[in-house]
Design a protein around this ligand. Structure first.
Ligand SMILES: [Zn+2]
Length: 127
C-alpha cells in the first residue's frame, strides 16, 4: 500500500519530504486549531529546512484552492447524486464540508506544495 519512499506517504501523513522519518508538524492532530500550521523548522533526521525561503508556504494557497474544489466536488456528489438531495441541501453540505475539513485541507495543501519542490532521498539521513 502506501509506504515510506512514496510521495503519497509524505503528502498524506505530513512526513518530512526528504527522509519520511518524522512529521513536519509540531502537533499531530490537525484539529488543534492554534497548532494546525505550526511546523518544525528543520527535520531532526536529515536536517532539511522546511521553509526553504521566506513565505514559502504562501504558495500552498494555490494548491489549497484545488484541494478545496476536490472536497467540494466530493461533497456535492455524495449529497446530490448518492443521497438525491436538493441543490440547496447540496450547497449546505459543501459549505459544511469545506469548514469542517479546513485544517485537513490546509495541511494537505502544504504537504503537496513542499512535495512539488523536494523528493524522497533515501541517503538523506546518512548525510
Ligand atoms: Zn527529514
Amino acid at each position: 500500500m502506501i509506504k515510506k519512499g512514496m510521495k503519497l506517504y509524505s503528502i498524506l501523513f505530513g512526513a518530512c519530504p526528504k527522509c519520511h522519518q518524522e512529521s513536519m508538524y509540531v502537533e499531530k492532530n490537525s484539529y488543534k486549531l492554534s497548532e494546525t500550521l505550526k511546523m518544525h523548522e528543520r527535520c531532526s533526521h536529515c536536517n532539511t529546512k522546511y521553509q526553504m525561503e521566506p513565505s514559502f508556504f504562501y504558495g500552498s494557497m494555490y494548491v489549497s484552492y484545488g484541494v478545496g474544489i476536490a472536497f467540494a466536488v466530493a461533497a456535492f456528489i455524495i449529497s446530490h447524486v448518492i443521497f438525491d438531495s436538493s441543490l440547496i441541501t447540496a450547497f449546505v453540505a459543501i459549505v459544511i464540508t469545506l469548514i469542517g475539513f479546513m485544517p485537513v485541507i490546509m495541511r494537505l495543501a502544504r504537504n503537496i506544495w513542499i512535495n512539488l519542490f523536494m523528493s524522497y532521498d533515501k541517503t538523506a539521513v546518512k548525510k
